[in-house]
Design a protein around this ligand. Sequence first.
Ligand code: AMP
Length: 577
Amino acid sequence: MGKTIGIDLGTTNSCMAFIEGGEPVVIPNSEGGRTTPSVVAFSKSGERMVGQVAKRQAVTNAQRTISSIKREMGSEYRATIDGKHYTPQEISAMILTKLKIDAEAYLGESVTDAVITVPAYFTDAQRQATKDAGKIAGLNVKRILNEPTAAALAYGIDKEEPQKVMVYDLGGGTFDVSILDINADVIEVLATAGNNRLGGDDFDQCVTEYLIKEFKKEHKVDLSKDPAAMQRVREAAEKAKIELSGISETSISLPFITADKNGPLHMETTLTRAKFDELTAHLVEATMGPVKQAMQDSGLSTAQLSKVLMVGGSSRIPAVQQAVKRFTGKDPFKGVNPDECVAMGAAIQGGVMEGDVKSLLLLDVTPMSLGIETVGNVFAKIIERNTTLPIQQSQIFTTAANFQTSVEVNVLQGENPAASRNKSLGKFRLDGIRRAMRGVPQIEVTFSIDANGIVNVSAKDMGTGREQHITIVGSSNMSQEDIDRATREAQQYLLEDAKNKRQSQENNEIEQLIYRAERAAGKMGIGDKLRMTEMIRKVKRANKDQDTAKLKQACEDLERALKASGAEDQDAQGGVK
Ligand code: AMP
């Protein structure tokens, strides 16, 4: 059995780790990076790129480059490339596939099992979508683990004395906060809260908008209509933001960003940390609502917290750290690597499940309440938020009209008392209810949330004892059929990609052989030269005709003749002298 790897599938970057000798170790990607940009791109010829190579070409290929796909997980969004529509699951699967292949190359064995992390505040649809992405990438997703919980696992694995910690996790596109109780062999999440659409990307956006506005003021040119210019401005905005975490003023220089009738225009400006803080103060403030709510739900006071762990790249922003310190009265703890600890925690969870790591009980919670819509747009909660997982609750349903034989149930996730203001996980219809006066039939519907935070529903007619299988079909999620098709396509792509790579390597070898032969022929007498030229011609012809058998034979003949001629040896000796 292969290793279970832990994957932090991030908005901006992804990271993977495995357990070696009982300890989590980061797996570098094939380029040697410890994190991989979560970017997918398609070249003009349709070639697929993932990671650093995709990120690097984003400016020149903005419309065929997909970043921050995590923000669209569980939504109806589709990336359209060359007329083909890709779901967020399929794009995420491309990132996961690269990670899987790189991990296999690094570990020297096949990787089939993974623990993948998600923001604690991800909804059921987003979790399901993440699990499906894993499946499409050929991974058996053993657990969907909450990111702050994973970070706490990485931090808490070797802690002997009990402690209560806050994990503040501000990544590229999501924000979560969790309060945990860490003991030697039990890690219990007391409360969690967050915002699925708040992260470093929003800070970049504020700076981008500011730069565009200033540029327009100065040059009367609106850059927002130019995708390539926008990509450059966005990258410069992120770079400036990151620099401002370390210094108090930075310069932004984008030569030839556009042109007007007088010639090229350049963006040359400076941004101070004070201005950056002013532009983004509302975002920092937006994280404090969930922080207060999680604290309140945990039943603890800030004085009871031993540590505040800062996770996610955006937690490095000084204004963020100051806001957290102001609220908790504690200096953020710097002993965890914000970019790697989530993947390490995921690897630990994989290790616990496989018995490679000491037994550790992880008690996580559901971030949102689960319930159904009842008459008058009322949200009836069945499982309250912050309930420890896994959990199962049942509710008896009946009919509202005489002789009604079916009821429709709208399953909701959220906190708003108005049903319509919560996220609908989907609706299901209970059929086959025995004809009876209203209120008589009794159908027990069981709602459960598993350890992955994924919702399941089943129903039982109490009169007949008959069980009914219920599938909630969320409108944004892929059907089983679609997942199977995408999985097949992903495998097919891998086969074709391997074939193309092999082909291009073979072409390379043939070209080299021809080059060597032509060089050698140049030093031969006329007779040998003619023979050699004829053999080269045969190789070229067979290659052009794509006649594999002839090509193989022609290459072997040429290689043999080349060796026998000794012309290359003279060449090599010449080189040494
Ligand atoms: P993550 O999803 O955890 O990889 O976080 C990525 C986000 O963190 C991106 O928006 C980055 O721009 C941001 N980030 C990384 N390093 C820094 C830094 N030193 N200061 C501010 N933001 C950063």
